[in-house]
Write a protein of this length. Sequence first.
Length: 257
Amino acid sequence: MKIVIIPCSFDNYSYLIICEKTGEAAVVDPAEFYPLFREIEKTGARLQTIYCTHHHADHIGGLEDLLGEFPGAAVYGHGSDQRRIPGMNHSLADGSKIRIGTVTGQVMHTPGHTSGSLCYLVEDALFTGDTLFGGGCGRLFEGSPKQMYDALNGRIKLLPGQTRVYFGHEYTLQNLKFANFVEPGNEAVARRLHQTTVQRDLGQLTTPSNLELEWQTNPFLRCAEEGIVRSVAEKFIGEAGDPLAVFTALRRLKDSF
Ligand code: ZN
Ligand code: FE
């Protein structure tokens, strides 16, 4: 399996997954047409499938034009997004199996950012859309804090540490500034913040990260850690909360950070 990272629009990421044995390819989140089309042409990949993590316009902006070029492509999304993703012709649910040539994967339904948000686990690569970001997570537009908490801490966090995390936006630097604010004593956060600052100064991309690094540095996966519980109590809720209360407070704090 080969994964090509395709920066799109302002700070979106689309991804091209290519089966190196058969040349068959899939796009995750067709954010913008031209960057995707150029990459597909360049690699000579045969685009067969488009996987959508969710219905937001910044993630499907290139879908219509892509279907104009590749009218036979199958378009997948969560069943509940059928009417919100134009051109979607295949429905997925939690646990659905997917295949790109000889590469196989499976679908995780992770509501929170939107009600139909999906993550795609393809071999050791997890495509998270706007559910999990480098050092952060997506805003709660259609889901409850509990849904997002469960998706992140009850599902994604349990995958192996070496799982590569391919997220939907380049928000890592901003996220780590927040992580450093809520957990100033975390050296792994300070280190990653420094590295990311240098990377961004050089114009480098921060995707993919990996789950182990997120365990160590992403406050939204660390809601039971003492430092965070204490800091959220001091800065926000006034008393130590359970992990869900901490998550809820963190997400609200981040909205206005
Ligand atoms: Zn979104
Ligand atoms: Fe987005």
